[in-house]
Design a protein around this ligand. Sequence first.
Ligand code: 13P
Length: 217
Amino acid sequence: MKDYLEFREEVCRYAKKMYQAGFVTGSAGNISLRVPDEDNRYVITPTSVPYETLTPEQVVVVDREGDLALDLDYGPSVETPMHLAVYQARADVNAVIHSHAVFSTVMAVLRKPIPPIVEELVVYVGDEVRVAEYASAGSDDLAKFAVQALRENAAILLANHGNLCVGKNLLKAFNLCALVEKAAHIYIECLQLGKFTLLPDEVVEAEKEMYKVMKNM
Ligand code: 13P
């Protein structure tokens, strides 16, 4: 039986990067990867295993229904339905990261989108960072609302919860998580200082077009 170890190693590596970046604490958040050229196999972090002690062997493999495709002692993340719903809806997405990064989560609690305030945001997200309708963690509704809010974009906020960043690979999804978190931080600082200026509409429109070109690169 195939063990998909190289993909489990990659997911484990990025899970630890997410933890070291401070985007999650303990075992919060989750990361997954679509196995290329395979019959609907997805590698995802196990539920409730602390990142500090996570090993590639603990990272699980599921099929498109979310059932374990490898016999392991660990269960898949409770957010497996959300990850799988994204892969189903978006053939261009091969990696999904859900983090609880603090400034993103502040915006998610405010249930306010992160607007186009810095040059690079729309180029990588596709638009402002929208907020998905609230549903409780791990629910099928959360999966549904996440896909609805994401549409063709690359990042959203999950109301009262965190963020969700997707990409062609884990490097892109991870860098996007860092960018969204930075933009959320800048926006919150701006709100505290008072007046701020959004990017001009024509720049935002041009950046949306750039996103469509860059998304598959
Ligand atoms: P898991 O440990 O099951 O991935 O759950 C963490 C989480 O953040 C749920 O939203």
